[in-house]
Structures are given as C-alpha cells and as structure tokens.
Design a protein around this ligand. Structure first.
Ligand code: NG1
Ligand code: ZN
Length: 528
C-alpha cells in the first residue's frame, strides 16, 4: 500500500468534519454533495474486497428511488450479491474515519480480513442518470487506482445490470457475456423464444406502457427494445426528456401513493408498469372501466411467477421444492393465497433484498419479492442442469414445458431484482397463459393497507424481532399495537426504523378501509 499516495489523494476527497454516515440496507445514501469522500473510500474498499475474494467487485453509484439531489453507493460482491455484512461494517468505519485515521482503518481492515495486498484487484463501476453521478463515479475510480486496482467503468447502467456484469465476470462467462450487448441478447433471446410459443399473441399482449421514473430505465429500454420488439412493443413515459428523476412518478411513487404516475395517459384496462430510478423495482397497474385504479405490486408479481413455475414443474413431472420469500410488508391476502390456495411455502425475512435473496437460495427454486416490486427468482445449479437435460430428452408436451422453463430461467436476472428482466418475465407469462391484467389482478384481493413514514427524534429507540413484525423496544409499544389490532378483523400492524432514511415506517392492514384507518392513526399517535 502506498500510504503517501493515499493520504495525498484522500485530501482531494476530504471528509466534511463531523459527518457520520452508515452503510445501510442499500449502501450509503444522502445528499450528493456529502458523498465525495465516501465514493473515494468505497473505491479503496472495493480494491481490498477484490483482493480478498480474488474476484471482480462492483461499485454502483445510485440513490435508487430517492430524490434527484441525493446520491448513494453500494458494493456488489462476487456472485452479484450485496456486500457481506462484516464488510458493511468496514465500509461504515472507513467512510467515517477522520483524515488522520484513514490509513490506520485501511490497515486494520486488511489485517482483520487477511487481505493479501500483493493480489491483483479488479473493480467494475456503474452509475445512474443523476447529475451528480458522473463526478462521484470518478471519485470511486480515484480510490481504485490509488490502491493499484484495475477497473472497467461501464458508465450508465441500471443497478441490476451492474450486478449481472459482476456475476458474469466471476463465473467465467457461464452465466452470460459481461457486456451490455450480452445482457440484451441473453434476455431478448429467451423472451422471443417464449413468446413464439404463446398462442395468444393479439394486440392485447403486444403492447405495454412503461413509466421510467425519468431514470436510467428509459435509456436502457430504448437501447434494448429492438431486440425484443418481435414479442412486445413498449411505449415509454417519463423518459427523462422533461421531468425530474422520481418526481411524481416511478415505482416508489405509484406504490406508496397508490395512484398512477404523472405524465402518462392511461385508457381503461390498459396494462401499465413503473420502474424506479435505477430500474431494480417494478409495479404494474391499470384503470378499470369505472376509472378505478388497481395496483399490482410485488406480491402479485411473485404469485404470478411462482404459480407459473409450479405449473411447468407439474407438466414436466418434476417435484422440486419451490419457496416464496416475502417481508412483513407483503399483503396478508398474498400470503394466504400462496399458502392456502397454491400450497407453496412462504417465508418472511427482514426488509432489504439481501435477506430475501439469501433465504431464496435455500430452495431448488426460490421466488422472492418485496411488496414494492423488488425481486427475482433463483434456480439452483442442479435444477438448471436437470431442466436443460429434460429439454433435450423428454418428449412432446413435457419437452415443451422444459424448454419453456429453460427460457424462463435465462430470462431472470439471478444476480438481483431487475425491472427490465421482471417485466419481460411477466409479459411472457401473461402471453403464454392468455391472462389479461384484470385476470391477473383477480387472483386475490389485497387487504386495504397503508404505509407511512413518521419523523421521530431518534428512530433507533425502536428495535424489532420476528422479521421486524414485533417491536421489542420502547417498552409498551408492541402491547399498544396488539391492543389496537385485535379490535379489527384480519388486521396486522407493525413499526420499524427505516434502514435507508431517518424515519420510522408504520404499516397497517385490515379487512376494511374504515378499520384500517383507525388502526394506523392510533398506532402513529404515541410516536409523535
Ligand atoms: P427501508 O428504508 O429500510 O424501509 C426501503 C424499502 C425496502 C428496500 C430498501 C432499499 C420499503 C418498506 N422499504 O427500505 O424494501 O427496497 O428501501 O431500497 O419499501
Ligand atoms: Zn432501486
């Protein structure tokens, strides 16, 4: 380590005095002007992690669905996964070290993690379309180079595309080619193969309106659409040409306000979807003939996907274990439908995709989605091999189903939840099953629900257990919630501190609108 050079360069990316940040659920996130030093230091840390794992590490510069003025950064581990928890702690220590302590913290991390400093390092970098992202990603590069790491800057990418690149590079190209072209080709080939088999290919299945949150999704869909246009034509809205990133549009806005984005004209029964700012979340929606808005969130997406996968397995004659992973925010109706009607086991983890992703890896086929539309499906290597064999060896109908499953596996981004990939999976399933958006929506009826954020003096006074469904502290809070909830049918409510914002999130659902309002108003009351 050339400590002199590190000190010299670090001074060019000086940490504002007293600023303390934490590597949260999705890395560091705050106002862009406070992040220069964090970016430089995450470049350094990525090099250490790369040396330790002898693998390519990713650095993504984005603040996802947060306002345009914000930014953020997260590291991507070798298999395209979120950074390991012990390294999250190192990230926090390094980001918060005062200038004079930086060298010591770097050496501490290297020693604790037994990093061989002679090992080569390779880091890949991606960024979203925020005005601040380009300069901040340059600071990441400064950090990488000062520690002697090699890098490839992909420039503008969706977050899941960067996860894909990392995964491809560390699996010797088996998963796909680590280029944007490779990503487009892999997904489009699988999608076009699938839609060729759809008997229902009328106009209804051919077109989709996409709200791109004025973000990177628009750019990437524009580049990609001609690859899959045989199977689907997309009409893009909020493509960044006029509006502000995530402002009154995008998946987060649509999900949390339960209303359509601005800037999109929706005719009744038209199928529409929204991406978030870095295109790793997707939700669907439509207006019915009476003008009512219907949201189809991550829970219903998981239901559609897992029921389709289950049907294919039955057709092929394979009994593989399939599991669905949700968080506490999953609508109670979805959990009941999955367990009682579809007979699929459902598991609940803490919020944050890394928790869902790890749980999903325990199954032959693990489908995970957060209600906000962040998710994907994972297939074990053994399953992938089995299905490939079946697609070659079986006869007729079974072979056709195995071929379909093979293509569906290729169409999922197994490194991370991916709005583009999920959109193509959903579109393929709807076309293959001949389902309209209304029929999909009618699988079950969501319990009325409400989620809101509350600003409190110190959100850390609230701690939780049981996958964040029960509050342990402050004393009395859980008892108060229990007392309220038991007054209403099918009701459920919980409170947890956010991992990405300085707020407390309150969620409540119940069997009717009136009781739901009462439940949530009463729950937030004592927190003010
Ligand atoms: P927090 O702020 O911890 O609730 C939010 C989302 C998560 C996840 C992360 C990362 C909700 C309720 N929470 O986490 O699901 O997506 O952001 O982006 O939607
Ligand atoms: Zn996102």
């Amino acid at each position: 380590m050339d400590l002199g050079a590190i000190t010299k360069y670090s001074a060019l990316h000086a940490k504002p005095n007293g600023l303390i940040l934490q590597y949260g659920t999705a890395g560091f996130r705050t106002k862009a002007e406070h992040l220069d030093h964090v970016m430089f230091r995450m470049g350094l840390l990525a090099v250490l992690r790369s040396k330790q794992t002898k693998s390519t590490i990713g650095v993504m510069v984005t603040a996802s669905h947060n306002p345009e003025e914000d930014n953020g950064v997260k590291l991507v581990d070798p298999l395209g996964e979120m950074l390991a928890p012990s390294w999250e702690e190192h990230a926090t220590c390094l980001a918060n070290a005062e200038e004079q302590d930086m060298q010591r913290v770097l050496i501490d991390i290297s020693e604790k993690e037994a990093v061989n400093l002679q090992q080569d390092a390779f880091v890949v970098i991606g960024r979203d379309t925020r005005p601040s992202s380009e300069k901040l990603s340059q600071s990441v590069i400064d950090g990488v180079t000062v520690l002697g790491g090699q890098f490839h800057d992909y420039g503008l990418l969706t977050t899941p595309q960067l996860h894909y690149m990392v995964y491809c590079r560390n699996t010797g190209g088996r998963y796909g080619k680590a280029t944007i072209e490779g990503y487009y080709q892999k997904l489009s080939k699988a999608f076009v193969e699938l839609t060729k088999q759809a008997s229902c290919s009328g106009d209804e299945y051919r077109s989709l309106k996409v709200d791109c949150a004025n973000g990177i999704g628009a750019l990437k869909l524009r580049e990609m659409e001609h690859y899959f246009s045989q199977g689907l034509s997309v009409q893009l809205f909020n493509d960044g040409s006029k509006g502000k990133l995530n402002h009154l549009c995008g998946a987060d806005f649509v999900k949390s306000h339960q209303k359509p984005p601005q800037g999109m004209e929706i005719k009744s029964n038209e199928r529409c979807c929204s991406f978030d700012g870095d295109a790793d979340r997707i939700v669907y929606y439509y207006h019915d003939a009476d003008g009512h808005f219907h949201l189809i969130d991550g829970d219903k997406i998981a239901t559609l996907i897992s029921s389709f996968l289950k049907e294919l397995l039955v057709e092929i004659g394979e009994s593989l274990n399939i599991g669905v992973v949700q968080t506490a925010y999953a609508n109670g109706s979805s959990t009941r439908y999955l367990e009682e009607v579809m007979k699929v086991p459902v598991y609940c983890t803490k919020t944050g995709v890394k928790h869902l992703h790890h749980k999903a890896q325990e199954f032959d086929i693990g489908v995970y989605f957060e209600a906000n539309g962040h998710g994907t499906a994972l297939f074990s290597t053994a399953v992938e091999m089995k299905i490939k064999q079946s697609a070659e060896q079986l006869e007729d109908k079974k072979r056709k189903a195995a071929k379909m499953l093979e293509n569906i596996i290729d169409l999922f981004n197994q490194a991370a939840g991916d709005a583009i990939s999920d959109m193509l999976v959903i579109e393929a399933i709807l076309a293959l099953k001949g389902l309209t958006v209304q029929q999909w929506d009618a699988l079950y009826t969501d319990l009325p629900n409400r989620q809101l954020k509350v600003q409190v003096a110190d959100r850390r006074v609230i701690s939780t257990t049981d996958a964040e469904r029960q509050a342990v502290t402050p004393p009395g809070l859980q008892e108060a919630i229990n007392d309220l909830v038991k007054k209403y049918k099918l009701s459920r409510a919980f409170v947890r501190p956010s991992g990405t914002e300085d707020v407390v999130r309150v969620y409540a659902e119940a069997d009717s609108q009136g009781s739901r309002l009462v439940v949530w108003i009463f729950i937030i009351w004592p927190l003010h």
